[in-house]
Design a protein around this ligand. Structure first.
Ligand SMILES: NC(=O)c1ccc[n+]([C@@H]2O[C@H](COP(=O)([O-])OP(=O)(O)OC[C@H]3O[C@@H](n4cnc5c(N)ncnc54)[C@H](OP(=O)(O)O)[C@@H]3O)[C@@H](O)[C@H]2O)c1
Length: 249
């Protein structure tokens, strides 16, 4: 996709860019000429695989609400003209029990449950609310990354993760209603089994049941995120798009 030359450069804020779906999303937006500001716990990687500098990376622990609000202030200072065109809430955590076992409603420790909700649900609303003025200025878009596990019991995804993603789908609906009149669209994507490090051993058994009989690739997710942040989706608001090869049918 060639960079657009007749438009001012647009800016995306993306959480959790260092691996998987986030990584593919940076590549997709950068190729289209966007500036991408990334957020994650680790510092700016010296051997960054795309063209950006430390001024385009914010080190933040999204499991900590105070640190998240501090990051919002830092992000605002890095936005020229106070404009943000898109926010993609992609960072997500899915804790496991001993030996990689599934944590259910019966054995998820209280602290783990809180941490999952802080990263997967509360950080997205802290960021979106904190950057609302910047998004309003551009008639921007928010994309929340939910999961197929938010709408059905999944053999590997734990109970805290699944309920946080169900709540994030609900949050998307509420935000679409509140942000829509302000000119900001809010949608979600719900990936199924995407070929990243979050997958558990045994996923091949699930793949046999998927109508398309294969995993999705991070780029197949990234390109839908791109559509949700651009003109092609100008009348889409409050949707949750399933990207799962038909796994949900
Ligand atoms: N892969 C799948 O099949 C699949 C399926 C359904 C939904 N999803 C969702 O898609 C999203 C991306 O998944 P993925 O598989 O690409 O994830 P991943 O490879 O596990 O990457 C997670 C990202 O989140 C960041 N992160 C984790 N904890 C953080 C924290 N406390 N503060 C800030 N950043 C944090 C990580 O960076 P640092 O380590 O540097 O902090 C990393 O960049 C997640 O929301 C996931 O739930 C994935």
């Amino acid at each position: 996709m060639p960079p657009s030359t007749n438009q001012p450069r647009r800016t995306l804020l993306l959480t959790g860019a260092s691996r998987g779906i986030g990584h593919a999303t940076v590549k997709r937006f950068s190729a289209a000429g966007w500036r991408v500001i990334t957020c994650s716990r680790h510092p700016f990687p010296e051997n960054c695989p795309w063209e950006m500098g430390p001024e385009d990376h914010i080190q933040v622990d999204l499991s900590n609400p105070e640190d998240t609000l501090r990051a919002v202030d830092e992000i605002k200072q890095r936005l020229p003209n106070g404009e943000l065109h898109a926010l993609v809430n992609n960072a997500g955590i899915s804790p496991k029990g001993p030996g990689g076992s599934r944590l259910s409603t019966l054995n998820t420790p209280q602290e783990a449950w809180h941490k999952v909700f802080q990263v997967n649900l509360f950080a997205p609303i802290l960021l979106a609310r904190g950057l609302l003025e910047e998004l309003k200025r551009t008639h921007g878009a928010v994309v929340n990354v939910t999961s197929i596990a938010g709408s059905r019991v999944h053999p590997f995804a734990g109970a805290a993760y699944a309920t946080s993603k169900a709540a994030l789908a609900g949050l998307t609906r509420e935000m679409a209603s509140d942000f829509g009149p302000l000119g900001v669209r809010v949608n979600a994507i719900a990936p199924g089994e995407i070929d990243t490090s979050i997958l558990s051993p045994g996923t091949e058994k699930i793949v046999e049941q998927i109508p398309m009989q294969r995993l999705g690739t991070p780029d197949e997710v990234a390109k839908i995120i791109y559509v949700l942040c651009t003109e092609t989706s100008s009348y889409l608001n409050g949707a949750e798009i399933h990207i799962n090869g038909g796994q949900h049918v």
